[in-house]
Design a binder for this molecule. Structure first.
Ligand SMILES: Cc1cc2nc3c(=O)[nH]c(=O)nc-3n(C[C@H](O)[C@H](O)[C@H](O)COP(=O)(O)OP(=O)(O)OC[C@H]3O[C@@H](n4cnc5c(N)ncnc54)[C@H](O)[C@@H]3O)c2cc1C
Length: 430
């Protein structure tokens, strides 16, 4: 029997690991809510907030149903994978385990622990499943050659652009592939997290899951055709439609970037091809770029000097941290963004750039503390995008210009009538 171990590739469409697992014989699937993902971070934050945890629960619930339609049982545990997978291997006579390849330290440690605790007769086959451009198709022979500057990477990739076709959903397996399954999706309280009500102002009101992701693509591209004006609206701050909001589904892999890419191409054929349709592709390239930066620089992306090896005099003040988190800084634009994040798990790209720059360049606080807070709170937390963007904004990453944002100027340009600030600075939170 083959086992597919789902991690951040929580979908049935365009999933190489699933396709390979279904290539003959019986298939069993597993997902572990790893308690380490719900513990405390180094800087004292809970590693996963209630917003992302809820989104993940919804995603896994949907995945179980979609796999059920393929007659594949998804066993769900609230335990460390290394405690469960080796046992399943002996219980079900598994000889091959398929999984998405991860390289950041925590994810790699978990995979290594599973492998070393499992029978030596089992083969583990991991594959890249999270990129727009497959790592074998980039115009570099070695990750060491990945340029430090995005524009150089983008131009080289565009000159040799190869985006692989989508991998179809596997055909349903015979009914006798199903196994007895007493496991259930967990609840927020199992992680020590509280239930919450969606804030009516949330710019991200959707649920997790592959079908929800596809519905959002349908809405953003085909129903409202907002893609055709994306470049003009993408710096917005209020509401659901100023940008695609695909990030949370991309982050846990309930949609693949290739699915979005091929939908953009279809949109360009059927509706319009313009700078906005190009720009969504351009942003997906940024996402890939940071994954390649992390493949190149490994754990440096988590270290204080970052990938540029810059030393600054970083502060570490608990009072400043509390003030920043609670939105009590000297800038109401920064405060509004931080309140939005605390109340919803969401912040716009414009907000993230400003808030991060304020933390590291104005308050001069250790950038890794800010990055850890984002890791805790964001619905769309993605290890590469978060840490590389934080390095970029904090002067230890790939920004050749090392810019500092001026929040009052930014507020004048992006929130000229103060609507965004008024929306979040009502006295409801602390
Ligand atoms: C300090 C900081 C931290 C961030 N942390 C994360 C994170 O944890 N997870 C995350 O997905 N994004 C992160 N971003 C990038 C970006 O802010 C979000 O991807 C974007 O706001 C998500 O909204 P959207 O899906 O509507 O994006 P759109 O503008 O519609 O863009 C489409 C997609 O392109 C990708 N993308 C866009 N901008 C970036 C970028 N700067 N870097 C990488 N990919 C990008 C995302 O996958 C996004 O879904 C961070 C940015 C900053 C400045």
């Amino acid at each position: 029997m083959n086992l597919i171990w789902f991690r951040n590739d929580l979908r049935v469409a365009d999933n190489l690991a699933l396709q390979q697992a279904c290539n003959g014989g019986k298939v069993l699937a597993i997902y572990c809510f790893d308690p380490r993902q719900f513990s405390d971070l180094r800087f004292g934050f809970k590693k996963t907030s209630q917003y992302r945890a809820q989104f993940l629960i919804e995603t896994v619930t949907e995945l179980k149903q979609s796999l059920g339609q393929l007659n594949i049982s998804l066993l769900i545990y609230h335990d460390k994978p290394e405690n469960i997978i080796p046992k399943l291997i002996s219980q079900y006579n598994i000889n091959k385990v398929y999984l998405q390849k991860e390289w950041t330290s925590e994810e790699k440690t978990v995979a290594d622990s599973v492998i070393s605790a499992s029978s030596k007769d089992v083969t583990f086959k991991s594959s890249y499943n999270q990129f727009l451009i497959h790592p074998e198709d980039i115009p570099y022979n070695d990750f060491k050659q990945i340029p430090e500057v995005f524009t150089n990477f983008r131009k080289a990739c565009e000159a040799h652009l190869k985006i692989r076709p989508l991998i179809p959903i596997p055909e349903p397996l015979p009914k006798d592939n199903l196994v007895k399954n007493d496991t259930n999706v967990v609840e927020l309280t199992d992680f020590g997290l509280d239930y919450f009500q969606l804030d009516y102002r949330s710019a991200f009101p959707w649920k997790g899951g592959e079908l929800q992701a596809l519905a959002r693509v349908d809405e953003y591209l085909w129903k409202t055709k907002r893609l055709s004006v994306y470049k003009k609206t993408r710096n917005g701050l209020i509401g659901t439609d100023y940008s695609s909001k695909f990030s949370a589904w991309l982050a846990n892999g309930s949609i693949s970037p290739r699915t979005i890419y091929w939908q953009i191409k279809q949109f360009e054929k059927e509706i319009v091809k313009n700078e906005s349709t190009y720009w969504l592709f351009f942003e997906l390239l940024w996402r890939d770029f940071f994954k390649f930066v992390s493949l190149k620089h490994k754990n440096k992306i988590f270290q204080i000097k970052g990938i540029s090896n810059e030393s600054y005099q970083w502060e570490n003040s608990k009072e400043t941290l509390k003030m920043w988190i609670e939105g009590r800084t000297t800038s109401s634009f920064i405060n509004a963004n931080l309140k939005e994040l605390a109340l919803t798990g969401w912040m716009s790209n414009r907000g993230r750039q400003n808030v991060a720059s304020f933390w590291s360049k104005e308050l001069k606080q250790d950038w890794r503390i800010g990055a850890s807070y984002f890791e805790s709170m964001l619905i769309d937390y993605d290890v590469h995008s978060n840490w590389c963007n934080w390095m970029y904004t904090s002067g230890v990453g790939n920004d050749p210009r090392n810019r500092k944002f001026n929040p009052s100027r930014q507020a004048t340009v992006y929130d000229p009538q103060g609507k965004f600030q008024n929306l979040w600075l009502q006295p409801t939170l602390f």
